[in-house]
Structures are given as structure tokens and as C-alpha cells.
Design a protein around this ligand. Structure first.
Ligand code: HEC
Ligand code: HEC
Length: 450
């Protein structure tokens, strides 16, 4: 406690002097002149610039508002979203069956085997709790190309997914549910699910009640999505009705995910003044984190600049595709999506988020800077789970990142060999381990699906 305080005093003093502060706070602090070190005072753990950098990383504030979802902070929408997050019943047929290593998924062709929680087990930091499986990437109704991201604290990101495929969290669920490799469901199946199981909750959360024609399959077939006659054959008006219901499904799930917040990590307690909250090794690791430029990308209280960078992590590992252009591919899909924040289903189309965004060669191989909060809980690492441990990740950075070869990917110029010692690497890992926060509120982790 004492050592950090001493530095705070110095900072306050110099700021007050620099700004000629006349707020009455100068007098008591000025009594401790920074040029007059107290005899026997322990050396401060952090220098003044390091302390200022620490305060830029902690504490974690409330998640940013999302005005594109009018229900983002509705408790009723969140309660419905929680039920939907755990509900497997609307998942379509499995393309990959259980071979004894993939978590008892089921047999090929079986339906109702995958929920959001299958790959985001909230009890395991929102991660795929089948990570003991030998795969680097996620398995839903089929193998996908990337490693599952945590849903804990995901509400802090400006762009959703490794490649920034979504500009809102509500639009993610819409693509995920219909993706043949993830849940293989359809918007008509979701509309029927809501009517059959969650009608009361839906009608309580949203202003327009569910269409009563969902009571049977005369107008709306049991399943169907764009590209399929059951959906394409509907009138434009009925398509818009189904899309509106489907969007509310996504908005309810986002409202739930915004409640999955984990803060108060050991590092936060350290920054708040508890010198003993983290080990000496972790303190040194933090200094390296600053000195080696990690913080230039892993910036701010969520340890991400919300930007995209190419590290040239090799595309290796079981079921990992040979190529993944990241942001380049994802931007194209985002810009053409009817569910982006500029579209008619967004509650605020004036965020300007997509203004000027175009697909650009520079985006090739770029991925979003991952938040490092709770990172010790989320192995394997990187967009395709290429690294099994944090030590492996640090070794990768120590070597200056990957080799883009002839891929056309331009590696971020900030990556250069670091010359870390074995102890330095261990210290960086020790620091990353101090970023695990308190568990999410227990009630949020309960499977409330019907
Ligand atoms: C088959 C496993 C699987 C299922 C099922 C699944 N996800 Fe994911 N999820 C992933 C993967 C893999 C990613 C990263 C995808 C990418 O970047 O391309 C991801 C990313 C996310 C993210 C982005 C977090 C961030 O850091 O931006 C959120 C939020 C999310 N999923 C929520 C959901 C919801 C809600 C559902 C259910 C509607 C769901 N997921 C179903 C595997 C899955
Ligand atoms: C140029 C920006 C940049 C710099 C500098 C940087 N990172 Fe990263 N970091 C990223 C990006 C981007 C990813 C995701 C890359 C991917 O999956 O392809 C990432 C991923 C990670 C991951 C994996 C997280 C996970 O859950 O998979 C860790 C750990 C990490 N960085 C730690 C560090 C450390 C420690 C340093 C300093 C030695 C550092 N980073 C420097 C941008 C950066």
C-alpha cells in the first residue's frame, strides 16, 4: 500500500504544479516534496510513468452502451436471452458425429445437440469446455475455422469476433444460429421456438407480440432461411416479420451477454493500491509488458485497442484451414449484411461505425487484438488455437511473431525479437495470470432454458 501511495503523491504534486492547480489539494501533498526521499522508505514498485500506465488499464468500467440495440440493458430481454443461450433444441442436424473425442456430441444427422453454451460454457470463462478435445478450432454441427472466443467481458469490444465480422453483438447470434458449421438452424425455426416455448417472455420483453400464425406451420414452415424456398417463398411483409422476430432473438441474447462481466482481478487490486496483490515476478512481468510494447496494442481497461493487426500466426493445428485472411474476409461479410448497424434492424443508424470502412488488402491476415482479461482461463490461444499455453504465446512474441512468407500478409511493424530471458518469459506469464477476474454472478450461469 505504502509504496504505491508514495508515487501517487509525487504524481499529484507534479500535476498540480504543472497545471498551477488552485484546488486546495496542493498544500497537504506539497508537504512531501518528491526531491526529498524519506529515509528508509522502500523503493516504489512502479515508476510514475508505469503507475500512470497501470491506471490506464484498470479498473474495468461498465460496458459501453450499445444504442443499436434498444433492449441491450433490458432485464426482461436478458432473462429471455439467458434461456436462449442454453437452449439446444433448435440446432439443426450434425454433420460431424461423436468419435469419442468431441464431448459426446451425438451421431451424424441428430438435431438439437448444440447451444451457444456448448462452445461458451459460462462456468469455464465462457470458453469451449471441451477444450481437452484434440482440436484447435470449434466444433458445433461441424468444425469451424476458428477458436471460440470467451463471451465473458465480450460486451467491451467495439468489433465482434477475431476478424471483426460483426459491428454489434446482436447481429452475431443471427449468423451463428444459421451457420451450417455452428448451429445449422434457421430463422423460421427460431421464430417457432420463441412462440412454442418462450412466448410469455418474448411478449413481455418486446413491444410487438409474436405473430399468432406461428401457432402452426400453415404460413410459416417449421424451418427455413434465405436461400431456401420455405423462407424465400414468403411475401416481403412476412419475411420482414420473421426477420424482426429473429433480430429480437439476437438482441435478447446480447442483453444476456452484457451481464457476463468479470472484474476485480488481482492486477486491479494492485493498481488500486494493494502492493501485495501480485507477486514480484508479476510486477516485473508488468514492467516488461509496458517496455516491450505489448501495451501499445493491448491497451485500455479491457487490454485491447479494438484494432486489427497481422502477427502472422501460422495456420497450423488439427482442423485449422490452410489460410485465413481474417479482417479482410470478415469486412466484406459485415458490409453486405442486412443486419449491420447501418441497416433497418438497427435501433440507431447514426453511430458512424461503418463510415469509410472498405475491404482493403492491408486487412489481409489481420485479427482483432484479444482482450487479456481472464486470458489464463482461455487456452488454447490465438484465432485458431495455435498456441497451447501462455508460455508458447510469449515465446512467439519473443521471436518477433510469425513469418508471413509469400502470403502477402504484412506483419505489424511493432513485432520484433524481444530477447527475453527464461525468467522474463515466466514473469510475463505471471503478470498475465493476475488478469483473471472474480467469477461472473452465479445466477447468470444457470441454464434457465425450458
Ligand atoms: C461451435 C461452437 C460455437 C457455438 C455453438 C457458438 N459459438 Fe460463439 N464463437 C465461436 C467461435 C469459434 C467464435 C470466434 C469466431 C470468429 O471469430 O470467427 C465465437 C465468437 C463469439 C462471440 C464473440 C466474442 C468476441 O470476443 O467478440 C460471441 C459474443 C459469441 N460467440 C456468442 C455466441 C452465441 C450467442 C451463440 C449462440 C447463438 C454462440 N456464440 C454459439 C464458437 C461457437
Ligand atoms: C501489434 C499489436 C500487438 C502487440 C504489440 C502485442 N499483441 Fe498480443 N495480440 C494481438 C493480436 C492481434 C492478437 C490475436 C492474434 C491472432 O489470433 O492472430 C493477440 C493475441 C495475444 C494473446 C492470445 C490471447 C488469446 O486469448 O488467444 C496473448 C496472450 C497476447 N497477445 C499477449 C501479448 C503480449 C504479452 C505482448 C507483448 C510481448 C503482446 N501480446 C503484443 C496484438 C498485439
Amino acid at each position: 500500500m505504502r509504496t504505491i501511495r508514495a508515487v501517487v503523491v509525487v504524481v499529484t504534486w507534479s500535476v498540480a504544479v504543472a497545471g498551477c492547480g488552485d484546488d486546495g489539494k496542493v498544500a497537504p501533498d506539497a508537504a512531501v516534496h518528491p526531491d526529498a526521499p524519506a529515509i528508509d522508505a522502500p523503493a516504489p514498485l512502479l515508476t510514475a510513468p508505469e503507475l500512470a500506465a497501470a491506471h490506464a488499464l484498470s479498473p474495468l468500467p461498465a460496458p459501453p452502451a450499445d444504442l443499436t440495440n434498444a433492449y441491450a440493458d433490458s432485464a426482461k430481454a436478458a432473462a429471455l436471452g439467458q434461456m436462449l443461450f442454453f437452449d439446444k433444441s433448435y440446432a439443426g442436424p450434425l454433420a460431424v458425429g461423436d468419435d469419442g473425442t468431441n464431448g459426446g456430441l451425438g451421431a451424424v444427422g441428430e438435431t438439437g445437440k448444440v447451444s451457444c453454451a456448448s462452445c461458451h460454457a459460462v462456468g469455464s470463462d465462457g470458453m469451449d469446455d471441451r477444450r481437452s478435445k484434440p482440436n484447435n478450432v470449434s466444433l458445433g454441427t461441424d468444425f469451424g475455422p476458428r477458436n471460440a472466443l470467451s463471451v465473458i467481458n465480450s460486451a467491451f469490444y467495439t468489433w465482434t469476433n477475431w476478424g471483426g465480422r460483426f459491428d454489434s453483438q446482436w447481429s452475431l447470434s443471427l449468423a451463428v444460429a444459421e451457420n451450417a458449421k455452428i448451429m445449422n438452424s434457421s430463422r423460421l425455426a427460431v421464430a417457432h421456438l420463441l412462440y412454442a416455448k418462450y412466448r410469455t417472455e418474448y411478449d413481455a420483453a418486446f413491444p410487438v407480440a409474436l405473430d399468432v400464425r406461428l401457432a402452426d406451420t400453415t404460413t410459416f414452415a417449421a424451418t427455413g432461411k434465405p436461400g431456401q424456398p420455405a423462407f424465400d417463398g414468403l411475401s416481403t411483409t412476412d419475411q420482414a416479420i420473421i426477420n424482426g422476430i429473429y433480430v429480437n432473438y439476437g438482441k435478447a441474447i446480447q442483453a444476456y451477454m452484457r451481464t457476463l462481466i468479470s472484474r476485480d482481478a488481482a492486477f486491479d487490486r494492485f493498481v488500486a493500491g494493494d502492493d501485495g496483490a501480485i507477486s514480484a515476478s508479476a510486477v516485473h512481468g508488468f514492467k516488461l509488458f509496458l517496455a516491450d510494447g505489448c501495451v501499445s496494442c493491448h491497451a485500455g481497461p479491457d487490454f485491447t485497442d479494438n484494432q486489427f493487426h497481422a502477427l502472422a500466426v501460422p495456420q497450423t493445428g488439427l482442423h485449422v484451414p490452410a489460410s485465413d485472411l481474417g479482417r479482410y474476409t470478415d469486412v466484406a461479410a459485415l458490409l453486405t449484411s442486412p443486419f449491420n448497424t447501418s441497416g433497418v434492424y438497427s435501433n440507431n443508424t447514426t453511430t458512424g461505425k461503418l463510415t469509410g470502412l472498405v475491404q482493403d488488402n492491408a486487412q489481409k491476415g489481420q485479427f482483432r487484438t484479444k482482450s487479456l482479461r481472464n486470458v489464463a482461463l482461455s487456452a488454447p490461444y490465438m484465432h485458431a488455437g495455435q498456441h497451447a499455453t501462455l508460455d508458447e504465446v510469449i515465446t512467439f512474441y519473443d521471436q518477433g511473431g510469425g513469418d508471413p512468407g509469400a502470403s502477402g500478409i504484412v506483419k505489424d511493424s511493432r513485432l520484433a525479437p524481444l530477447g527475453l530471458s527464461t525468467q522474463d518469459r515466466a514473469d510475463l506469464v505471471a503478470f498475465l495470470q493476475t488478469l483473471s477476474g472474480a467469477p461472473v454472478a452465479a445466477g447468470a450461469l444457470v441454464d434457465t432454458s425450458k
